[in-house]
Design a protein around this ligand. Structure first.
Ligand code: BF8
Length: 615
């Protein structure tokens, strides 16, 4: 029997489309999750091992069956190894994205990628200074070399407070090179290599720090150089941004290298003219997921939704092309787009999908490929079947684009007003709320209720990824949302004209949050772990989120997870993550599925940090 859509999502546009899907028999991730029930209990606890072919092995959590794998690996070893492999995959995904951006930057610097230019010269110059080089090409080479470094340090790790770097060194987790740490995880988790769960987890921390302060930060910084550092701008979010009379193109995935070019091609007057000849009034490019965040914050391009809305967007029947690159793109889109006229176009040399047309994107010919993609969408407009079109008329205004530079500028050029507000207690602390959607929990319920609870209690929220898009849809990214905040935070937001929830970008842009945390800690003369700050990922699902969570904790920020990580098959590993890590990195994870209780945990932590700081 069809499930009540209100049990699937709190977002009205998504509920409307879920109804359409149920009526027309279109399958979504929620349906597929139901078909997966009951989920594998061994998998949920992290207790199955497929790392060699003597198994697969699994440990009986009740101690009645096998307590060891064929090689003798215990629950502690298996759980830790599985966790590390997730970190490796997540760190690899972010860092390979960073490598792609660095590669484009290098080609551009050599004059081989004419579609790209330097948009933020000041950032370019400050990066050259940071790396101690005199030319753009030397900077490109120095950044590319970070990936293959053998002995570190990674330049951007030195943005962290000196005390943090000292601690990383003391525990042997200061990253030596981005690729090296990922490869070492794969080596150590091979059968018969590293079988000490503490030692394994320390390597996990080293690899994820190379993501947050390495690969992800490289992606953010060089994207800013080439596409501009975001500054506050207004736009709109939710499925209602799709236009009934225009050629709708959704850019979905993660790399702005592609979406920036699609934007440029779609605004080409010749292309717009062609769309008019096909009977459309124009071309409407909208974003989805983190690509959505990238073009939203730099150009105010409207965003159709977050992770769980990708299928719902296609189900509107009004999408001429779903253009994807990498990460968080459901392979289910192939079959679903096949039910409509929608062209599913893959572009990355790294990512192909069943049912997709592959139009491979290369930096050297970027704008030409982008034009061919836009043209394919335009000529597809005629194939739209009006009887299948259903666009929810729901969208919300949002204010986005709070890079660290933009925050400092909103504060009048210095962090002092924020520090003053924190010290006085008007702003109780900072909550970084990030991460995915997951059909295991009601779509956007965890995101929105946690964020509302935090701002109500005077916690300024910074957000990225799919949480940012949930907040955009719920109207939390508007200065008027200050009315939902506690008195102190409301006053600060009103005087600065900013929302109580600051959109800082895509998931690689959590590196911006690290930079902000480091700057605040440095200004106060303390470590990041001393700050009245906490992190959360209320609906996380991806391996990238595992890496993020680990580098945020590794950077000293207490972090609450809203879906259960597969580590509870080992009380030793779970204990290390939720308690023991405090003695190493000064921060821990907590797991709390109720967003209200999770917000309280964060607020309690913030209060205890304030007490320790004497503020
Ligand atoms: O990198 S928040 S579902 S879209 S993984 Fe994916 Fe998760 Fe969304 Fe962006 Ni991040």
């Amino acid at each position: 029997m069809a499930k009540d859509v209100r049990e699937r999502s709190i977002d009205p546009a998504s509920q409307e489309m879920l109804d359409v899907c149920q009526r027309t028999g279109l399958e979504t991730a929620w349906d597929r999750l139901e078909k997966q029930q009951p989920l594998c209990g061994f998998g949920e606890l992290g207790l199955c091992c497929r790392n060699c072919n003597m198994g697969p092995c699994r440990i009986d959590p009740f101690g009645e069956g096998a307590t060891k794998g064929v090689c003798g690996a215990t629950a502690d070893i298996i759980v830790a190894r599985n966790l590390l492999r997730s970190i490796a995959a997540g760190a690899a995904a972010h860092s390979d994205h960073g490598r792609g951006v660095a590669h484009t930057f290098k080609l551009m610097s050599e004059g081989k990628a004419p579609s790209y230019q330097v948009k933020d010269k000041a950032k370019l110059e400050s990066l050259m200074k940071e790396y101690g080089v005199d030319t753009q090409i030397a900077l490109a080479e120095a950044i590319m070399a970070e990936f293959g470094k053998q002995d570190g340090p990674l330049q951007f790790t030195r943005r962290a407070p000196a005390k943090r770097v000292e601690l990383w060194r003391k525990f042997g987790i200061d990253p030596r090179g981005i690729d090296r740490e990922i490869v070492e995880i794969m080596h150590r988790t091979h059968i018969g290599v590293d079988n000490d769960y503490v030692h394994l987890i320390l390597q996990g921390l080293r690899a994820c720090l190379a993501d947050g302060w390495g690969g992800s930060m490289i992606a953010t910084e060089l994207q800013d150089v080439m596409f501009g550092t975001p500054s506050p701008t207004f736009s709109e979010a939710n499925l209602g941004v799709l236009e009934p009379n225009q050629v709708n193109i959704i850019v979905h995935g993660h790399e702005p290298l592609l979406s920036e070019m699609i934007m440029a091609a779609a605004t080409d007057p010749a292309m717009v003219e062609m769309a008019k000849k096909e009977g459309a009034v124009g071309i409407n490019v909208v974003g989805m997921c983190c690509t959505g965040n990238e073009v939203l914050m730099r150009h105010g391009v409207p965003v159709a939704g977050n992770f769980l809305q990708q299928e719902l967007a296609v189900a509107t029947g009004a999408v001429e092309a779903m253009v994807v690159d990498i990460q968080c793109i459901m392979p289910a889109l192939g079959a679903l787009t096949g039910c409509f006229h929608t062209k599913f176009i893959s572009t990355s040399p790294k990512a192909k999908f069943p049912g997709a047309t592959h139009m491979e994107f290369h930096e050297e010919t970027a704008i030409e490929t982008a034009k061919a993609i836009v043209e394919a969408a335009v000529v597809n407009y005629q194939s739209r079947n009006p009887s299948k079109v259903h666009i929810p008329s729901i969208k919300t205004k949002c204010m986005v684009g709070f890079s660290v530079e933009a925050i400092v500028s909103a504060l009048g050029g210095t962090l002092d007003p924020l520090l003053g507000a924190i010290t006085s207690g008007a702003v109780r602390g900072i909550g970084a709320v990030v991460g995915c959607n997951n059909p295991k929990v009601v779509h956007d319920y965890g995101h929105i209720n946690m964020v509302k609870e935090l701002i109500k209690n005077n916690v300024l929220v910074v957000t990225t990824g799919c949480n940012a898009l949930a907040c955009a849809k719920a109207g939390l990214l508007l200065p008027e949302a200050a009315e939902m905040a506690g008195e102190g935070l409301k006053g600060v937001c009103k005087s600065l004209g900013i929302p109580p929830v600051l959109h800082m970008g895509s998931c690689v842009d959590i590196s911006r949050i690290l930079v902000a945390a480091a700057a605040i800690a440095n200004a106060l003369g303390v470590d990041i772990s001393d700050l009245p700050a906490a992190g959360a990922a209320p609906e996380w699902m991806s391996e990238k989120a595992v890496s993020i969570g680990a580098y945020v904790v590794g950077s000293g920020v207490y972090t609450v997870l809203g879906t259960v990580p597969p580590v509870f098959g080992s009380s030793a590993v779970a204990g290390l993550l939720t308690s023991g890590a405090k003695d190493v990195v000064g921060a821990t994870f907590a797991v709390e599925l109720d967003p209200y209780k999770a917000a309280s945990l964060m607020i309690d932590h913030i209060d205890s940090q304030r007490k320790k700081l004497g503020i």
